[in-house]
Design a protein around this ligand. Sequence first.
Ligand code: PMP
Length: 405
Amino acid sequence: MTLLDPSIRGDFPALEQRLRGRPAVYLDSACTTLRAEPVIQAMVELQRGPLGCHGRSAHSFGRATSLAYEGAREVVRGFLGAREAREIVFVRNTTEAINLVAWSFPWRPGDAVLTTDLEHNSNLLPWQRLARQGRVVHRVLRVDPAAGLDLAALQRRLQGVRLLALPHVSNLFGIDFPLAEVVRLAHRAGAVVLVDGAQGVATHPVDVAALGVDFYAFSFHKIFGPGGGGALYGRAEQLETLRPFLAGGGTVESATYDDARFEPLPMRLEAGVGNYEAVAGGAAAIQYLQKLGQRRLHRHVVELNRIATQGLSRIDRVEILGPADPEKRGSILSFHVRGMQAEGLARMLDHSAGIMVRHGKLCVHAWFDAQRAPDAIRASFSAYTTPDEVQRFVRTVAGGVDMLG
Ligand code: PMP
C-alpha cells in the first residue's frame, strides 16, 4: 500500500472546518500546506515559555531562547545535510532567501545569471531587477516541461554564467530537476548554483553537501510549518562572500558612528530580532516530516495524482499540463479545460463542493505570457489528502464541464 493512513488527518485541525455544511477539501497544498498540530504546539510552547532575545541578552530567558533557536538551526542543518550549522541562515521565506543572495552577492561587471523559463516569480524578479540595474545579464533557458531539463542545452548555455538559479521542483508542472548533474555541469563551467527548493523539500530528500549545491532555499509553510519562516543554506565559502543587504541589530560585533565590524556567520546575515515562533514551528515541522518520510509522502501524492489524472483524462476538453505520467508530476496536477475560464470552474468547485484549488498564472506569469496560455487550474496534494477527496474533485470537475459547457 503506497497511501498513507488517513488517520494522519487527525494531526491537522484545519480539516475540521466545514464549508456550507460539507467537509472542506483542501487541494492547494503547493501554495501552502495546512499546519500540523505538533507545529502549533511548538509555537505555543515557545510563546508561553521563557522567551527573550536570542544571541543578545545573557540572562536566563535570553539563554533559553538562544538554545531553542540554535537547536532549531541544528534541525535544519541535519534536514538539508549541511556540514555546519553556520551554513543555515533563517529568513522569512524562499523569496527572502533568494533576494538575500541576489542583493548581497559580490557581482562583477558583465556577470550573467541563468534561470529556466519555468521560474516562480520569486526566482525570476530579483534577477530581472538586478539586470535592469545593469548589475548582471539575465539569460533564460527554455525547458520542455514534458521532456524535462535538456542537460546538453544547459551545458551550452552555461558558458560565461556566474550563477545558475533553478527550481528543485516546478510549482506549475511538478517536474523535478536532476540537481546532481546540474551542479556538476555548472561547477565545471565555473557557475554557482542556487536551488529554489520551495516545492522540493517536502517530497525530495536533500543532501546539500553530497549534491554540492551552493545555495538552497525553502519555506516552512510548504512542509506543515508556519508562514514567515524559512531557511537559506549556503556553502560556507559562498556565504562568506555575501555583503549583507540588510544591516542592523544582531549582526555586528562592534560599531562606531562611521563603521561596523560584522559578526561571523550566520549572525551577520540575520539582521534584527528573528521570528522565534516561526523557527520553533519550522523545526517541529521538519521533525514531523522526517517522521512521515519524504519518500513515503512522495509515493502517497503520486498515487493520488494517478487517480486524479486517470479521472480527468476521461473528461472531454481537459488538457493536463506537463508530462502525462503522474509519477513525473509528484503532488501537482495543473490543467486547462478548453473553452472554459479557469476562474469560473475554480469558483464552482469551491462554492458547490467545498473543493479548494488554485487558479490563474500560479506565480509563473512569464511562462503564461510567453506561451500565450490561458489561466490554469492547479490541484495539489499532501499527506492529508485522501483518494475519496480526489474522486470527489474529479466528479465535480466532470459535472462542472458538463454544466458550464
Ligand atoms: N518558488 C516556488 C517554486 C514556489 O512554489 C514558491 C511558493 N509558491 C516560492 C518560490 C515562494 O515561496 P514563498 O512565498 O514561501 O517565499
